[in-house]
Design a protein around this ligand. Structure first.
Ligand code: SF4
Length: 226
């Protein structure tokens, strides 16, 4: 990342257009739809800069597509599950329209959001679930979290902590003690694969959380868009 580059790329102002990094099909590697074949709509642009961001391609590179073109591309792929990810989908004011179009077309839509964006524009229709990150200190972005979002989450949603070290783990535990979290909580090791320290800490403390790897990294390593 070049520090002289603007934080966000220029996004389309047209309510029917979005800047898209890629659309592809794969196996969902994280969260409530883990293991299910899914179409991924990855938008371009994110207002955060996590120190360990593994999707830097999605910070600037993209193609402008109409919402019709996005829906058509998703419809050309077999999966009935769609993950709207990024980048940060909610940095695009058109994200709500896209989610609604997909949900009304019968898709199960999972929105992955970074925890720093208001959730007000998310249509709470059947079939739409939210996976919201809470960034821990290793990300350098923990002060950007909107904890008031937790009140808007529902049972079908999830909160995800990416845990890089013991300090992150203690922080995540403190957040769980401080706020009511109305949905499943996932602890994911930073990097997606080294599960052992995190698993030991969770077992030792008897925490009611799911410890999950990133399945796609176990299957394909760091290869992108698969
Ligand atoms: S929120 Fe996600 S896309 Fe944005 S910088 Fe952090 S890891 Fe990267």
């Amino acid at each position: 990342m070049n520090k002289d580059e603007p934080l966000m790329p220029k996004l389309p102002k047209d309510p029917n257009k979005m800047l898209i990094c890629e659309i592809y099909q794969s196996i969902q590697g994280e969260g409530p739809q883990m293991g299910l074949p899914s179409a991924f709509v990855r938008v371009t642009g994110c207002p955060l800069r996590c120190k360990w961001c593994d999707e830097t391609r999605a910070l600037y590179d993209g193609t402008v597509m109409t919402i019709d073109e996005i829906v058509e591309k998703v419809a050309s792929l077999p999966p009935r599950n769609v993950c709207l990810t990024g980048g940060e989908p909610l940095a695009h004011k058109q994200a709500g329209t896209l989610m609604e179009r997909l949900a009304r077309a019968g898709y199960n839509v999972l929105l992955e959001t970074n925890g720093a964006m208001p959730l007000d524009g998310v249509p709470r229709l059947p079939g739409i679930a939210i996976s919201m990150d809470i960034k821990c200190p290793s990300s350098g972005m923990e002060k950007r979290m909107r904890f008031e979002n937790l009140k808007q989450l529902k049972k079908e949603d999830q909160v995800k902590f990416v845990v890089a070290d013991r300090r992150d783990y203690i922080y995540a535990k403190e957040i769980m003690g401080k706020y009511e979290i109305p949905c499943a909580i996932v602890f994911q090791p930073e990097g997606g694969r080294n599960m052992l320290p995190l698993v030991s800490w969770v077992i030792e403390d008897g925490l009611d959380v799911r410890v999950l790897p990133q399945l796609h990294k176990i299957i394909w390593g760091d290869k992108k868009g698969v």
